[in-house]
Each structure stands twice: as structure tokens, then as C-alpha cells.
Ligand binder design. Structure first.
Ligand code: SAM
Length: 193
């Protein structure tokens, strides 16, 4: 396996360093559950994972992947079929360490059911409101399909406008790949001085 190779490998390198046992994470697009499994293994039993997807098929896939690895639904593993626009699934006043978006459509699923920039932007506003100081929001955006390119064009200026005093925003991409390589942004909420 390559060290970098693709944005998923790259985000895992960063998150392996960042994630600690016991953290609270929202996987806002859990899809087939691959990211969710990595996240749950990283936070261990004591950490709480919310795995969210708009499609029942995705929630069922995620449940299967997690269960076959010994993780069943509980107070620390919450699977929810809903849109990620509002974070109503969190407990009142709950703050989280990480929100992750792996945007686009379900691999091997219906390509018409994809994330859209309007709802993704609403969701980012929700995520910004519940992220802890020192917490991260990580967004993977695939520009090779129409909605993905639209998301890129709307998300980038939105993130670029976040106040520097409150947030750091990093952008990563493979700049020598053909066509439109995926982009990863990481938002870090700064600690209060
Ligand atoms: C690229 S897939 C995610 C891949 C996944 N993280 C994995 O490890 O397999 C994107 C997912 O976003 C979901 N999605 C689309 N719109 C959504 C929304 N408004 N709220 C939550 N999930 C959404 C799709 O159903 C799809 O499963």
C-alpha cells in the first residue's frame, strides 16, 4: 500500500495522530461504513461515534461492517438515517472533537443520490457550532462529477471566509493528478486564549 496514494490514505495519516481514545466523532456521510470502522476503532469503546447517512442502504451497510468487527449499536455507537443538515441527533449542548465528510455518492450505489452543496453548506454551519475548541472538521470533495464540482466551487469560498482569529483552514490536494483530483480541507477551531 502506498503511504499517500489518495486522499483517504492522507486523511488517515493525519487522524491517526489526532484521534484519541474517548473522543466524540460525527461521520456525517457514513456510506458503506469504511470510514466509520476506522473512526470507531480509533476512539475505542469509550469514544462516541455518530454515523449519519441519508440512505437506509448506507446505514445498513455501516451497521454490517461495524457489527462484523464487534461493534454493536449502543450509547457510544449511534447510527442514524437522516440528512446531516441539522445536528439534532446530538445531545443538547453536546460538543464534538471531529466531524468528517466524505462527500459524493455511495460507491456501487445510486449515483443520483449524492451530497449537494446547499445541504453540505448548511451542515458545515451546524458542524461549526458544535465543534470543540481544538476540534477538527475534515471534508473530502470529489470534483470529477457535476455535483462534486459544484460543492468544490461553493465550499472553498465559504471556508476561505471563516475568521482567522477563530479557525485555521488547510487545503490539501494531489496537484499532479490528471483531470480534477479530489480536495481535502481541514478546519481547526482555535483554542480560546
Ligand atoms: C462517498 S459516500 C461516503 C463514503 C463512506 N464514508 C464510506 O466510508 O464508505 C457519500 C454518502 O453521503 C450520503 N449523503 C448524501 N447526501 C446526504 C445528506 N444530506 N446527509 C447525509 N448523508 C448524505 C450518501 O448517501 C452517501 O452514502
Amino acid at each position: 500500500m502506498k503511504y499517500l496514494g489518495n486522499v483517504v490514505n492522507a486523511y488517515k495519516i493525519i487522524l491517526r495522530d489526532y484521534i484519541k481514545s474517548g473522543m466524540t466523532i460525527v461521520d456525517a456521510t457514513c456510506g458503506n461504513g469504511n470510514d466509520a470502522l476506522f473512526l470507531k476503532q480509533s476512539i475505542t469503546e469509550t469514544g462516541r461515534l455518530y454515523a449519519i447517512d441519508i440512505q437506509r442502504e448506507a446505514i445498513e451497510s455501516t451497521r454490517r461492517v461495524l457489527e462484523s468487527n464487534g461493534y454493536t449499536e449502543s450509547d457510544t455507537l449511534i447510527l442514524k438515517q437522516c440528512s446531516h443538515e441539522n445536528f439534532y441527533f446530538l445531545e443538547s449542548g453536546e460538543q464534538v472533537d471531529l466531524v468528517i465528510y466524505n462527500l459524493g455518492y455511495l460507491p456501487k450505489g445510486d449515483k443520483k443520490i449524492t451530497t449537494h452543496f446547499e445541504s453540505t453548506l448548511k451542515s458545515l454551519v451546524s458542524a461549526l457550532q458544535c465543534i470543540k475548541c481544538g476540534g477538527l472538521i475534515l471534508i473530502l470533495c470529489y470534483r470529477g462529477h457535476e455535483q462534486g464540482e459544484l460543492e468544490f466551487r461553493h465550499i472553498e469560498p465559504f471556508l476561505a471566509e471563516l475568521p482567522q482569529g477563530e479557525f485555521d483552514v488547510l487545503k490539501m490536494a494531489f496537484i499532479n493528478q490528471l483531470n480534477k483530483p479530489p480536495v481535502m480541507w481541514i478546519v481547526e477551531k482555535k483554542s480560546q486564549k
